[in-house]
Design a protein around this ligand. Sequence first.
Ligand code: SF4
Length: 311
Amino acid sequence: MNRPLPRVGVSRCLLGEAVRYDGDHRRQDWIVSHLAAHVELVAVCPEFSAGLGAPREPVHLARTPAGGLRVRGNDSGRDFTAALERGVACSLERLRQGPLDGCLLKARSPSCGLAVEVMGGREAVPGVFAAALKAEAPEVVRAEADALEDPAAREAFCIRVFARARLRALFSGPWTRGDLAAFHAREKMLLLVHGRPAYTRLGRLVAEAGRWPQKALAGEYTRRFMAALAGPTTRGRHVDALQHLAGHLRGPLDPLRRAQVRETIEDYRHGRCPRPRVLACLRALADELELAWVRRQSYLDPCPPSLLSRG
Ligand code: SF4
């Protein structure tokens, strides 16, 4: 499959760059050693870009008596809000240099974290950079790197980022409503493992595409497509999808090999075979038997296989 290269923002300290307040970093090997080979990473550090240097005074989020949110130094109590706003603007500008599909953020940072405790501990809000990114590009896939230590969460992030890149590739050139219908058909099985209702609603939008102005249609499809893929999957839904795809092999495949495919899917159901192996088996058979509809399903190859969970 010809994959568009996703562009992913990342908190600089996660790449091993010593830009943290303590002059250290929080390198995440998975990002540097695995993900970096498959996407374009764009490193940003709003606090460093604010000119605060490293090491620097650590900061926290605090409410004013009127309810406003400020960034204050832990030791001096100094108000760093204006400086950090400049650092955020500079980081966003860097991300705007190209299309953006995802962003990996450092947890608990008052700048980058997705849910940061405000001084006093009664509420958690996005850090100032995370909030600005969400306001500017709500469909960009965001995750805290800590959460991606869970293989299932890591896979879900990668699948969504690559799906967004495919959709962006469609909408970045001239496209027709027919092209969108073809895209939707290729994403069918991937959408279904995230829940039938969202797939059905999206299908309705494609069916009514002629009533929409093209730009609004692209925006609405993107919003609903990314929301659909944010839904949880289950092993049972994956088994259903695999069996559905295997059903297309029925005619052309001899009974013995058909039974082997069924057995491989059962092995996956019972945790004895990783899903990437079942996907590879179905891909190979679809190639051999020239089953174009099956081979075109993004579900069989949603992202580089090394980024899929082994579960
Ligand atoms: S501002 Fe973000 S990128 Fe910079 S050190 Fe803090 S968490 Fe890392």
